[in-house]
Every structure is written in C-alpha cells, then in structure tokens.
Design a binder for this molecule. Structure first.
Ligand SMILES: O=C(O)CCC(=O)C(=O)O
Ligand SMILES: [Fe+2]
Length: 197
C-alpha cells in the first residue's frame, strides 16, 4: 500500500497579502523609477556593501521592506530580470521558512487544472536577525515562497537545520510579525516621473 503524504499543503491566495514598501526605486513596466533612499536605511546598505557580494563597482541601491503578520506569506515567484541576480535579505522580528520550488516549464508538467506543476526543492529557516544571500540557481531557476501559515513545523526538509541553533525536528515555531529588508542592486533606474491625471 502506498504511504499517504500527510504534509499540509501550503495555502497561497494571491502573490502576497503582505505589506510592502520600495525604497530607492518603484517597479514600473518600463523599468525602475529612481527614488531617494531614506537615511535610516543607509546603515544596512553600507553593511551589505562591505560584504562584496556583487562584482567590482556594483553597490546596493534598492531596499524592499516587507511586513508579514502570522498567516501571511508570498506565493512562489522569481524576482526577475530587474535586479542584479545576487540579493540579500535581513530578517527582523519573527523567523520564517523560505521555500524553494522547481517549476516544470513545458505542457507535460501541467496538472488537471492546467496549472504548472511545482516540486518542492528545499526550505531554509530564516532566523530573526539573520542575513540570507541568494544567487545563481537559487535566484534564476527555483521559485521562492513563504506559506500562509501561523506556525512552522521543523522537519528534515530545512537545508540549514544543522547550522541553526536551538531547534530540532518536530519543534513547532509560532510566527510573529516579521519585517524583511531585501537589499538589492537595480542595474537600470530611470529618472522618469509618472504623470497622474
Ligand atoms: O520576505 C522575504 O524574505 C522574501 C520577499 C520576497 O521574496 C519578495 O518580496 O520578492
Ligand atoms: Fe522574491
């Protein structure tokens, strides 16, 4: 008899129900419209720039601040071509679990609803006050997501379990409010102003 997979399916209602603010530029269909970065963020940008995560001469110039309440998340997506493909995320407040999915691109990978099939690849426990650096396939190939859950169960699917202190398989971690700072480099920003009539 086949074992039943009792793993709860993540729930995603829309791309995200989190609150977010862009600093340094606002995404627009024609690119990124440049904006000043408030001074309170300069400290974090400077700390990221000290790490030399980009190639020579490239500096962070954009910060996305996301706020998630327990039960909020973000559905699987790629960050896309607007950003330099090495990104950094500082987590404040709650932990969360960042999930990575592989998506089948061709029609053989469609389910009965015609939706692209996604396979869970790995998950990372993002600890409070941690820094995550993402690049290569984790940026370009695998979609990332945060399940709309109020708690996370620690299991072997967490790729960083061995380096996270104080948690073990089976622990249930209750989410609190989480604020993330995703600090990135946007190669092209335009000074264009949007006219609102
Ligand atoms: O909050 C996070 O750590 C991830 C946010 C994210 O993936 C995004 O805003 O594109
Ligand atoms: Fe993202």
């Amino acid at each position: 008899m086949q074992a039943v997979d009792k793993t709860p399916r993540p729930r995603w209602t829309q791309l995200s129900n989190r609150r977010l603010i862009n600093y340094g530029g606002v995404p627009h269909p024609k690119g990124m419209i440049a904006e000043d970065i408030p001074s309170w963020l300069n400290h974090y940008i400077a700390r990221i720039n000290q790490l030399n995560v980009y190639e020579e001469g490239i500096k962070a110039n954009h910060v996305l601040v996301n706020e998630y309440l327990p039960g909020q998340g973000i559905m699987p997506h790629l960050d896309g071509p607007l950003f330099y493909p090495t990104i950094t995320t500082i987590s404040c407040g709650s932990h969360t679990v960042l999930e990575y999915y592989e998506q089948t691109e061709d029609e053989t990978g469609l389910d009965s609803n015609g939706t692209l099939v996604r396979h869970h690849k790995t998950s990372i426990l993002l600890e409070p006050r941690s820094l995550l650096i993402v690049k290569d396939d984790m940026y370009h190939k695998y979609l990332h997501a945060i399940a709309e859950a109020e708690q996370d169960v620690v299991d072997e699917r967490l790729a960083n379990l061995a380096v996270v202190s104080g948690v073990q398989v089976g622990d249930v971690l209750n989410r609190q409010k989480r604020i993330s700072l995703t600090i990135r480099h946007v190669p092209k920003t335009s000074k264009m102003k949007i006219k609102i009539f």
